[in-house]
Ligand binder design. Structure first.
Ligand SMILES: Cc1cc2nc3c(=O)[nH]c(=O)nc-3n(C[C@H](O)[C@H](O)[C@H](O)COP(=O)(O)O)c2cc1C
Length: 365
């Protein structure tokens, strides 16, 4: 049997060369604090494409300035940001991969110090250090962070419009697929979760109310991007907390997302409230397996899927259609080339400039 991990997948008009995808990973490296990519991003994203990934998904990119996690996040609320992203897309394409981008609004978890570089890692930044007032479904803070202001209806409309404008810019920059960030306790997840959404209007209450903003964003973006372009969403499949947004609710939301034109959902977990997470190899794959079994929407799995055979297993056992490999790609940007060798794939994927470096391994294979 040929490797499933190394086999192509088609979503709408887009065919991706394999099922090894690099998930979005914030680099906090827009050092001009203007949301614009820097040489770091070119090297970072280009290296994964060179290293054989099927799709490379650019990190959480804020649709409005106040939607950044930190001042050094990427943004896509102006044309200069769009133009600076074009070379990233070109590099990824030149290396045979497809380029995606995750569009995001950090909600009540915005305006924090990045893990490095901006000081105060994971803490709210005061205005004197470049911070700003955060927005959320309700005036309920994330534990330890500053109090957010609850969005009113006009504010919600602005969020939807900002996602659409950023999506249009992403299309103009040449991206092949878009992902709406609905996970990890950021704005759209905050709306989904009863722990952070205490609204009494049509955007709160039962699951249909809590999912209304996510579906509005999906509808609005879907309507303005090319018909043949895949639209993805990322969700936290559980908050690992009693009374939180759980797998049962996620299953319903994934079904709705599919009905609204989402082509694949990536299932992550947590991030909206502090929780004890049973981290370990493939720890989120059971969430993907549940969603694959209970919805018609293609699912991708992520989370400590670090080895080629482990990734192959997730696909062969029907848990997901695609595997995302994050930190293992940071450690080894040629991760997918090693997977090709381990799974006896087509060595043509190795860039000709580097083939001499693989002669020994190919003979052994
Ligand atoms: C440095 C870093 C930055 C991340 N930034 C994002 C992000 O921008 N958007 C997102 O949805 N997840 C983000 N994540 C989560 C990853 O996409 C991924 O889900 C997580 O690392 C688990 O996969 P892994 O075990 O293969 O690394 C980030 C993770 C890391 C390590």
């Amino acid at each position: 049997m040929p490797s499933q991990l190394l086999s192509p997948i088609t979503l709408r008009d887009l065919t991706v060369r394999n099922r090894i995808w690099v998930p979005p990973m914030c680099q906090y490296s827009a050092t001009g604090r203007d949301g614009v990519v820097t040489p770091w991003h070119l090297m970072h994203y280009g290296s994964f494409a060179r290293g054989g990934a099927g799709a490379v998904i650019v990190e959480a990119t804020a649709v409005v300035p106040e939607g950044r996690i930190s001042p050094t996040d990427l943004g896509l609320w102006d044309d200069a940001q769009r133009d600076a992203l074009r070379p990233v897309v070109e590099l990824v394409h030149e290396q045979g991969a497809v380029a995606g981008i995750q569009l995001a609004h950090a909600g009540r978890k915005a305006s924090t110090g990045a893990e490095w570089g901006t000081g105060r890692p994971g803490q709210s930044l005061p205005e004197s250090e470049g911070g700003w007032t955060t927005l959320a479904p309700s005036a309920v803070p994330y534990e330890g962070l500053a109090d957010p202001v609850a969005l009113d209806e006009a504010g919600i409309d602005r969020v939807v419009d900002a996602f659409v404008a950023a999506a249009e810019r992403a299309v103009e920059a040449g991206f092949d697929l878009l992902e709406i960030h609905g996970a990890h306790g950021y704005l759209l997840h905050e709306f989904l979760s009863p722990l952070s959404n205490r609204r009494t209007d049509s955007y709160g209450g039962d699951l249909a109310g809590r999912a209304k903003l996510m579906l509005r964003v999906v509808d609005a973006v879907r309507a303005r991007i090319p018909e043949g372009m895949p639209l993805l969403a990322r969700l936290s499949g559980t908050e690992w907390t009693d009374g939180g947004f759980d797998l049962e609710e996620t299953t319903q939301v994934v079904t709705w997302l599919g009905e609204h034109g989402v082509d694949m959902v990536d299932v992550s977990s947590g991030g909206n409230v502090p929780a004890t997470i049973p981290v370990g190899p493939g720890y989120q794959a059971p969430l993907a397996a549940h969603l694959s079994a209970h919805t018609d929407v293609p699912i991708s799995a992520v989370g400590m899927i670090d080895e080629p055979f482990q990734a192959e297993h997730v696909l062969v056992t029907g848990q997901a259609e695609v595997v995302r490999v994050g930190r293992a790609f940071l450690r080894d940007p040629a991760w997918a080339l090693h997977a090709v060798i381990a799974l006896h794939g087509d060595a043509e994927i190795i860039p000709p400039q580097y083939r001499r470096a693989y002669r020994q391994q190919l003979r052994q294979g």
